[in-house]
Each structure stands twice: as C-alpha cells, then as structure tokens.
Design a protein around this ligand. Structure first.
Ligand SMILES: [Zn+2]
Length: 488
C-alpha cells in the first residue's frame, strides 16, 4: 500500500490535467475583487509544458504546471488577462481586481486582551493529558505551555475566561489550564511537607521518588552546562531529612533540593552526561516520581526512532498551487526515512502510516508507549511569497533538543535550500514531550512555486529522507563523542 502514497500526490495533478482541456487555467490565489494593497499576487496552474502570459508578459511555468506573478495595481479597476497555450490552442481567463483607498493601518493593532472574571476560590482536579500554560493568550498552536501535569492533582481556581481557568499554584505563581482538562472536586489544594526520598536504578532509568501527603502541581525544565533537570513543586515545604542515594545510578550524579519560596520547593537533578535522553515527571500514588532515562547504546542498530508525518485524513494541512497535499508529501518522506532507518538496523515507530489523522495526544501516546529513544516530526510550511524560495527550517522547544534540531538543519542546507532558520521555544505539541529528544522539520513551503516543484519530485523527497537520517546519525555521533571524552 505504501507505493500508493509515494505517488498519490503526483497522480492527483496528472489526473486533473487529462480530464480537462489541455489549456485549462486554474486560479489558485489572487481571484479577488477588492484589495487595498499596492501589488497583487496571482498563482495558478495549467497543464505542464504550456506557455502562460499574464497581461501579455510571458510567465515562468514550473514543471508542476504552476505559475505566478506579482502585479502592480493602480487605484480603481485593474483588468488582468491570463492566457495559456499548448502550441496549437490557447485559452484565456480574465480577472478584475479593484484597488480601494487604504484606511487606517489595521496590522499594528495590539493582540486582543482576554478578559478574565475573578471567581471565589474553587478546587478542580486535573484530567489525563492536562497541561498548564503561562498566559491566557492564544496563537495558532495554542498558548505558550508551561508543561504537562499528571491527572488527579487538585488546583485552586481564582478566575476564568471562556475556555480557561486561572489557577493559583503558589502564593506568587499563577497559570492557566483549559477547562476541558479539569473536573470538579472536593479535594482542597493545600500546603504540605515533603516526606522521604529515594533514588534507584530501575534498569534503563534512574528513579527519584519523593513522598508527599497528596498530589501537588509541578513544572519542570532542563538546563545545559552542566545538564540539570529542575522540578518545582508548588505548595511543598522541605521536610526531608535525608536523600538516600545508591551508588549504582546510570544517569543521575546527584539530586538536591532548595526552598525557593516559602511554598515552592525546587528539586535539582544533576546528570552525569551532557546529553539527556529524556525524563518524565508524574505520580505513583502520592509519590512524585521522576524517571531519568539512561544513555542508550549509541548506534542506530540499538535505537528506536519515532517518526511523525504531520496531518492526514480530514486535515490535509497546506495544499499547493497544483493540488499537492502536505499530508501526502509528509507521509511519503516519512516512509522513505523509515525504510532507510530499517536498512541501518534501527527500529521505527510511526504515529500514522496511512491517510488518517491521530490527535496530538494520540501521537504522543504512541511514542511514549513504545519508549522511543528519539522522535522526528515532519511537516511542510506555508505562507510568505509564492513566487520565491522561502527555505527549510527546524524547530525545538526544550534547549536540550537544540543540538538535534541543528544537526538536522545543517544536513537539509546541504541540499542547497534557502535557510529559513533554527527556531527554539517552539510551541508545537510534539516538541513539548520531555520523555525523549525530539525536533520538528519543516522541509519547504507548499505555497512557494519553486519549492512545490522540488517537493513534487520523488528524487528530491528521497534526498530529504537521506539527509534526515544523516542528521540523526550526526547527533548520535556527537553524543558518542561527548560520552567518550567524559570517560577518558
Ligand atoms: Zn503542517
């Protein structure tokens, strides 16, 4: 079934062409009556090989059949004539774009303030997949996440917006949680002393266990130089007289704690290695449990790689000028990466292997359930100018994943692509997990005509897959180098 996806996207545009006249013109963008801009971008498609003129000027036609131009506009009516010719017959499409006078600049308005309503303190309980966000703002990826929370934690609600509760974590710290991720409760959040600690080696992880009288909210982050994991427990006061540390830990050098506010306890876990292979924070009963993964054997033969093809099913993502779907291009490249990794002896776990769309929570669950060592999510971008190359880019959220994202970008750039950049603190759901190193690749822009031409080419998609695997190997090589240096 895989070959179906490898070529489905290309078959789509070919099929369209054969059922219509050879000189058919489809307008993908710019078919608008009234605008207030000084120039206007037209993007369309015709049968590959045709010549196209716009207002009498010959326009480049890409191998996909796509074409585009940016036209200057006069005030008032701007007639536009687009003609396609296959050598024998020709056809013409006429548009009229009306340029109106510009009114006040609407682009510089501040982001809307989200009105909150204070409410009498009320307890709620976290549900599975709960997370906290710093503010009540929103963007296309959701508000900036503070981190995920285990279920069954009572939180004190002090205000609300339409979709969010504002909760008080400690006397000086508030956060927001989507209402749908909470349920009513009688359990009151309250300040408490910590009990005994233990640190144990469970095989491929070290486990820190801190006993608490009830579940409390927390947040965690990782810091480089030296690599330390930090967990703040809100509402906790240090009352642990000893921290039992056994000598056989695989990744943790030591664990320590500091009372940073009268009701905030910070746990600091120093790692033996520079590179973290992930950690989880959750509860076992009322014990806060932090599991820190050991460095796996550093060769693809011993690693399980999670692969995520963006979108799918009823959510195709971006569609290009000639009708290529981002979901199909993403899956095609992911399948090529999978084949290359399997050839090198790696195990792979896919979040989807067909044209359907698991939710972000399901994708994350697939990867944590199969204990992947590393995860790559692959998308293609959209936006900017359709008439020029926009470039390739990689993304991470946690600073510990910067090096992985950077290794991947360096290999993509070897394909001669424009550099759209390395982006940190990125709020994409699949960059949020701390359980395994992860990065997002946005290969190119579906909306860019020269980049669509590249993405439509199976040879190019194969090269992208090869470079992704090289990028993963580069990262493993860097970890191996640093582990060897430490042992020297
Ligand atoms: Zn996408």
């Amino acid at each position: 079934m895989r070959t179906k996806y490898a070529l489905a996207a290309l078959a789509l545009s070919a099929a369209t062409a054969t059922t219509q006249a050879a000189t058919t013109i489809n307008i993908h963008r710019g078919d608008r009556d009234t605008v207030s801009t000084k120039t206007h971008i037209i993007v369309g498609s015709t049968t590959p090989g045709n010549t196209v003129t716009i207002n009498g000027n010959k326009t480049h036609v890409y191998k996909t059949g796509a074409f585009g131009a940016e036209l200057p506009l006069e005030h008032g009516d701007n007639p536009i004539s687009i003609a396609a010719c296959d050598g024998n017959t020709s056809s013409e499409t006429r548009l009229n774009v009306f340029r109106k006078e510009t009114t006040a600049d609407s682009k510089n308005r501040p982001a809307p303030y989200v009105q909150e309503t204070a409410i009498a303190p009320t307890p709620v309980l976290t549900l599975p997949d709960a997370y906290l966000q710093y503010g009540n703002g929103d963007d296309r990826l959701g508000g900036s996440k503070m981190g995920y929370l285990a279920d069954g934690i009572p939180l004190k609600v002090i205000a609300e917006t339409e979709d969010l509760y504002k909760v008080e974590l400690s006397q000086n710290r508030t956060a927001y949680i989507p209402k749908r991720l909470t349920s009513p409760t009688d359990l009151q959040p309250r300040q408490a002393n910590t009990g005994s600690w233990s640190l144990t080696n469970t095989g491929n992880r070290d486990r820190v266990s801190i006993s608490l009288p009830h579940r409390m909210p927390y947040r965690s982050w990782i810091q480089p130089d030296p690599t330390t994991i930090h967990i703040e427990i809100f509402g906790a006061t240090n009352n642990s007289n000893w921290i039992t540390q056994r000598g056989d830990l695989g990744m943790i050098e030591y664990a320590d704690c500091r009372q940073t506010d009268s009701d905030v306890l910070e746990i600091v876990i120093k790692l033996k290695e520079e590179h973290s292979w992930g950690y989880s924070v959750g509860y076992t009963g009322n014990n806060l449990t932090i599991e820190v993964k050991h460095t796996p054997r550093l060769s693809l033969k011993h690693l399980t790689i999670g692969l995520d093809a963006g979108h799918g099913g009823e959510y195709p993502g971006a569609t290009s000028a000639t009708g290529l779907k981002e979901s199909e291009i993403n899956l095609d490249i992911i399948m090529r990466i999978r084949d290359l990794l399997i050839k090198k002896g790696a195990k792979t776990v896919l979040s989807r292997d067909g044209d359907y769309s698991p939710t972000m929570a399901q994708r994350k669950q697939t990867f944590t359930d199969s204990d992947v060592d590393l995860m790559i999510s692959l998308h293609n971008n959209s936006g900017g100018s359709p008439l020029k190359e926009m470039g390739t880019s990689t993304y991470y959220k946690h600073i510990s994943n910067r090096e992985l994202a950077s290794c991947l970008l360096d290999r993509m750039l070897e394909l001669g692509l424009k550099n759209f950049g390395l982006t940190g603190n990125f709020n994409f759901s699949l960059n949020a997990p701390t359980e395994y190193p992860n990065a997002l690749i946005e290969v190119l822009f579906m909306s860019s005509l020269p980049e669509e031409e590249k993405l439509a080419d199976p040879d190019f998609r194969q090269k992208v897959a090869e470079q992704t695997v090289r990028g993963i190997e580069d990262y493993i090589g860097k970890v191996r180098h640093s582990v060897t240096n430490r042992k020297r």
